[in-house]
Design a protein around this ligand. Structure first.
Ligand SMILES: C[S@@+](CC[C@H](N)C(=O)[O-])C[C@H]1O[C@@H](n2cnc3c(N)ncnc32)[C@H](O)[C@@H]1O
Length: 384
């Protein structure tokens, strides 16, 4: 497709906008209800998207060739069909549907969380795909599930993509997408790092201390390819586990076994760190998810999560979510900066990031990865 017009619904900070512009698109309408995200969007693209799409009359939206939407995932009413009213009414997908019904753009590109594929026992996907087919769209039988790591970006972030073409505007009868292999360990974490000497991002002295202790631990007992989290507070305990849920008692039993097998090292380790008395409770829990790819905590990507400290291999930044737990780059002993988080979402270098750090993290955590959209949209436009 040469030049085309697109609309950007649930626009956030414009992941779709950037991808569509790169492919020759011109944005003719955008909608975003969050005033902070809308301000970032306006600052970058000169379009103020601030509005609640539920309040927008579809007839006032300009004609367009592509409808993009990364809409929130909601369950559809079970009463729906039986009672003879629109199954999707009351959900945000309904807003997409009424715009599609009126405008019938040639293409649709929708994005949602991975869970949409199985949400509500598969019913959510069924209602969405049936609705789109009823409106005349050709879509794939199954939702496409794609993560940025498949297109060379070091982030594991599986998302559902629904791409479609209106049957009346194409000669094709079926859509087919070539998805890159899903195997891991391809993209280099350093690719998205810019270097940073700003002390606001450095880990704290206590975090440094705690991570050094765990680094010593994994060196002492061997890399922890265990398949269960280490709960240091359970090591030397013998209390009865019968009252606990079975998953929990299994984890505790495994921790007790680990302790018994490495008792002399672990006792010295606990003594050296004063029984972890300077550790906050969540820091006494540790999960090694880096397999045999690295030998040290400091070579990995670290997350301080409510369930404990997690270490992943350096090729795999965890999915950014509206982020509270910003990943730590082990080898730089600091958190990712907003600019690096933008890199993880494949936003360009000249993108103007929201000046409030927490807002910036949240906005990129909500965004769609630009490269993934570009990759899929190109295939859509080329075949139909
Ligand atoms: C998953 S995010 C989409 C992010 C976007 N794709 C991007 O790249 O930044 C969904 C967005 O929908 C917005 N939203 C939710 N309800 C809305 C509504 N009724 N009208 C307009 N926007 C809405 C949220 O504020 C949120 O920013």
């Amino acid at each position: 497709m040469s030049t085309f017009r697109f609309i950007d619904l649930f626009a956030g900070v414009g992941g779709f906008h950037i991808a569509m512009s790169r492919l020759g698109g011109e944005c003719v309408f955008a909608s975003e209800i969050d005033s902070n995200a809308a301000a970032t969007y306006k600052n970058n693209f000169g379009i103020d998207p601030l509005c609640d799409i539920r309040q927008v009359d579809e007839k006032t939206i300009p004609a367009h060739d592509v409808l993009c939407a990364g809409f929130p995932c909601q369950a559809f009413s079970k009463a729906g069909k039986q009672e003879g009213f629109d199954d999707t009414r009351g959900t945000l997908f309904f807003e997409i549907k009424r715009i599609l019904r009126y405008h019938k753009p040639k293409y649709i590109i929708l994005e949602n969380v991975r869970n949409l594929a199985s949400h509500d026992g598969g019913r959510t996907w069924r209602v969405i795909s049936e609705s789109l087919k009823e409106l005349g769209y050709i879509i794939t039988d199954k939702p496409l599930i794609v993560s940025p790591h498949q297109v060379g970006v070091p982030q594991l972030r599986e998302r559902v993509f629904i791409l479609g073409v209106h049957a009346s505007k194409t000669a094709v009868k079926q859509l087919h997408f070539n998805l890159p292999p899903t195997h891991r360990n391809k993209a280099n974490g350093n690719l998205i790092l810019n270097g940073c000497a700003d002390l606001r991002y450095a880990i704290s002295d206590n975090e440094n201390f705690v991570l050094s202790a765990w680094d010593e631990f994994i060196k002492g007992v061997g890399r922890l390819n265990l398949g269960f989290p280490i709960w240091a507070n359970e090591f030397a305990k013998t209390y009865d586990l019968h009252h606990l849920p079975s998953w929990k008692s299994t984890f505790i039993q495994k921790n007790r076994q680990l302790y018994m097998q490495n008792r002399s090292f672990i006792d010295k380790w606990l003594k050296k760190y004063d029984n972890l008395s300077d550790f906050v409770p969540t820091h006494t829990k540790f999960e090694w998810q880096a397999g045999e790819h690295i030998d040290s905590v400091w070579q990995g990507i670290i997350q301080f999560r409510p369930s404990g400290i997690r270490v992943k291999r350096p090729t795999e930044f965890p999915a950014l979510v509206a982020m509270v737990h910003i990943p730590v780059i082990g080898w730089e002993k600091r958190r990712l900066t907003p600019r690096e988080v933008a890199n993880l979402q494949s936003f360009p270098d000249d993108y103007k990031i929201n000046g409030n750090i927490q807002q910036a993290y949240k906005q990129f955590g909500n965004a769609v990865n630009v490269k993934v959209v570009e990759f899929l949209a190109r295939q859509l436009f080329n075949q139909a």
